[in-house]
Ligand binder design. Structure first.
Ligand code: GLC
Length: 748
């Protein structure tokens, strides 16, 4: 056995040498034993069986409908079946009736929870709590794998800086550093720490640049330079791959004229050769076939050839591989070695997941795992941490002893399906606890419910009933926002104001003269500037998931204090798109210091010169990235760096004293931003390089020490290499991207 192992190692080293130097270590953590098993199985496979492994189909329903194809080894993976009994039957046919008994890889979009639905990923990002995100992903894996699902098409790592794009809901927002940290955490959570039967293969998607769709219109073209890709859009994927992600999905968009599903530069040069990825690459749904629409291939045969030559391993729902690869190999148009490489990647994932040893699940035991109390508790904690307090004139937290009658109103107060948000296929609304349900349970007999509007786009010109109810209440809790269907895939919006008559409802409620607390549930940052004057406080809950109701009740009545921070910039108007904190300085940087300068400029009270801003909406957003209030306040003092100058391989030790200057315990997300003042390329005015959550009691001060490796300041420069360029830098330690005083240092 040792001889064979040594022989394999020798072959691997020789292969590495043949590829021009040592190949990067396996990113999926393969072993000689796994490789031996893969090679032995591959050697037994016919060309048809190999190509069958590369074919993924959506196979909901009766397994008998697919039995012949599965038995014939023509399907390697299925998606969209979640019933454990049916999945066991699919696997039984594959394992016991096909020639080689290769199990199917069963995939599903488990995007923010399986049955227990967590806040949408944009809300999870607002927690700035990777450990909590990992906990939630682990729970999603426990629930999904119990039913036989061993592959999720998550995390979505698309950087999104255009809230018109509906899929902003599915990712971690605008920032490369936050997105990368969240992506790593979700990969770890899904896959777990060992290849046991609860391991669910992660899929970093959509590779790459999909969130930069022109006009924020889903599926539209992108025009990202290699530098922009390498400095902004690729790092989160590299982080996810280095965290061990077993799979990656190509994106629908064409970038600079090349559809991602045929883009050899990103799929081979970067993904395989630079990063050493040895997991499997799957197309997005029919993205291979869509290259015909793109005008990148004349027919399905041609786009199948484009995809295999770019290094795509598995074809989701085009049937391009299963229909045309064999003839192209026999005709010598496609090398069988390309097929072998793809099938190795697929078999490697199946072996690592232990599918050959454990293809079946204990179907009868699956139900007991779903909605476990610990799962619901984690979902509630995540919803609590994901809510961002954007305004509070002091009305929050409410004192239960002082509010006898509570009016609950608004289209999202009791919307059990929509509260789950987009991509929550397996969330069952019967399990959702809405704000109305939570408040009624907590305050029996004290809650009045008058919807005002039953859905967000409803037009109403009279609100007499709800205003009359407000006059009789001690406080008004209004839940606004957008239905789940208004965000997510294919759901872009050109108008980001609250839909229908929601703003009018809020204004009417204010006219009743009672305290108004607004909560917004949405899949994106809506433009809510006009609504702020009509409420004493505003909580932004994104779509908070199954336990959103109890979480919001706990926040509103002060059991927990808000700690969320904006993972994306909140605009004043959609006309400001794109606006994000890590923008370039430009040659005519805007001189306004604050949003107030913008408003004064709009009123003609100040002139901001010929600089980069809007005459009517200035250059500041409504709320910057990283912003969020608490029920207490925090002060940053005694900021310091341990050196004025650092070597390339040095570590910056930044410190400050954080003080809770308020009267309640609170949690602050301390953020560290860095600016490279002069580079071989123009550089962003700030880039997030560290964040941590710090909980302090009222009056408590704590000295914080944060380490930033100088290597984290590296970027892909003019010469096309990634390095830290010597020179002067600035560093901020603050509670959001628009605050704090700069410290200076240099790198030599
Ligand atoms: C969809 C989405 C992708 C998803 C896949 C499978 O079109 O773009 O994110 O994972 O198809 O449902």
């Amino acid at each position: 056995m040792k001889t064979i192992r040594n022989l394999i190692l020798l072959v691997l080293v020789a292969a590495a040498a043949a590829c021009g130097g040592p190949r990067p270590a396996s990113t999926v953590g393969t072993t000689p034993d796994v490789e031996r098993r893969v090679d032995q199985l591959l050697a037994k496979m016919t060309l048809s069986e190999k190509i069958g492994q590369m074919n993924q189909i959506s196979a909901g329903g009766d397994p008998a409908n697919y039995a012949e194809a599965v038995r014939g080894g023509q399907i390697g993976s299925i998606l969209n079946e979640v019933d454990p009994v049916r999945l066991n039957e699919f696997q039984r046919i594959a394992v016991e009736e096909s020639r080689l008994g290769i199990p199917l890889l069963v995939g599903r979009d488990v995007i923010h929870g399986f049955h227990t639905v967590f806040p949408i990923p944009l809300g999870i990002a607002a927690t700035f709590d990777p450990a909590l995100a990992e906990e939630g992903a682990r729970i999603a894996a426990l629930e999904a794998t119990a039913q036989g699902i061993r592959w999720t098409f998550s995390p979505m790592l698309d950087i999104a800086r255009d809230p018109r794009w509906g899929r902003m809901a599915e990712g971690s927002g605008e920032d490369t550093w936050l997105d990368a940290r969240m992506g790593e955490a979700l990969v770890r959570g899904y896959q777990g720490t060992q290849w046991d039967t609860t391991a669910m293969a992660a899929c970093v998607k959509h590779f790459v640049g999909y969130g930069a769709a022109e006009g924020g219109r889903d599926y539209n073209s992108t025009f990202l330079s290699e530098r922009q890709l390498r400095n902004v859009y690729l790092p989160p994927f590299e982080a996810g791959i280095k965290a061990g992600a077993l799979t990656l999905m190509t994106s629908f968009n064409d970038n600079d004229g090349v559809p991602s599903t045929a883009n050899r530069f990103i799929l081979k040069d970067i993904l395989r050769d630079e990063w050493g990825f040895d997991g499997l690459v799957v197309t997005d749904w029919n993205s291979m076939g869509e290259m015909i629409s793109h005008g990148y291939g004349a027919d399905r045969k041609e786009v199948a050839q484009e995809a295999i030559e770019a290094g795509v391993d598995m074809d989701m729902m085009t049937y391009g591989y299963i229909s045309h690869l064999e003839e192209m190999v026999r005709a010598g148009v496609v090398k069988e070695s390309a097929i072998d490489a793809a099938v190795r990647n697929i078999l490697r994932v199946k072996v690592l997941l232990g599918l050959f040893e454990h293809p079946y699940v204990a179907a009868a035991a699956a139900a007991a795992v779903q909605y476990a109390p610990a799962h619901l508790d984690a979902a509630r904690r995540t919803a609590e941490e994901s809510a961002v307090l954007l305004k509070n004139d002091g009305v929050l937290p409410l004192d239960p002893a002082r509010v006898r009658t509570i009016l609950v109103t608004g289209p999202m107060a009791d919307a059990p399906h929509d509260q789950l948000g987009t991509w929550a296929f397996d969330g069952q609304k019967e399990h959702t606890v809405t704000p109305l349900a939570a408040l009624r349970e907590r305050f029996p007999g004290r809650v009045t419910y008058v919807p005002g509007l039953t859905y967000s786009r409803q037009k109403r010109d009279r609100f007499d009933e709800v205003v009359a109810a407000a006059r009789k209440a001690d406080v008004v809790l209004v839940f606004l926002g957008e239905e789940a269907i208004l965000s997510g895939e294919a759901h872009s919006l050109a108008d980001l104001n609250l839909k229908g008559s929601q703003s009018e409802l809020l204004a009417a409620l204010k006219s009743a003269g009672k305290p108004v607390v607004a909560t917004v549930m949405a899949g994106r940052p809506l433009t809510i500037e006009r609504d702020l004057p009509n409420c004493g406080a505003l909580l932004y809950a994104f779509h908070p998931g199954t336990m959103g109701g109890p979480a919001l009740a706990n926040l509103i009545f002060g059991d927990v204090a808000p700690s969320g921070k904006t993972p994306v910039t909140f605009l004043r108007t959609v006309g400001q798109v794109p606006m994000y904190y890590s923008h370039n300085m430009t040659g005519r940087p805007y001189r306004g210091e604050t949003l107030l300068d913008d408003i004064e400029a709009e009123a003609g009270q100040t002139s901001l010169g010929n600089t980069s801003y809007y005459l009517d909406y200035g250059a500041y957003p409504l709320f910057p990235f990283g912003y969020g209030l608490s029920y207490t306040s925090f002060a940053y003092s005694d900021l310091a760096l341990d050196n004025a100058s650092y070597a390339q391989d040095g570590v910056i030790r930044a410190s400050c004293t954080l003080t809770n200057t308020g009267a309640r315990e609170g949690t602050e997300v301390v953020q560290v931003y860095v600016r490279d003042l002069v580079g071989s390329l123009t550089r962003p005015v700030k880039e997030l390089k560290h964040f941590e959550r710090v909980t302090l009691q009222a009056g408590e001060s704590r000295r914080l020490e944060m380490e930033i490796p100088v290597s984290d300041l590296a970027f892909w420069g003019l010469d096309g290499t990634k390095k830290v360029e010597p020179g002067d830098f600035q560093l901020w330690i603050a509670g959001d991207s628009n605050s704090g005083e700069a410290l200076s240092f240099s790198v030599r």
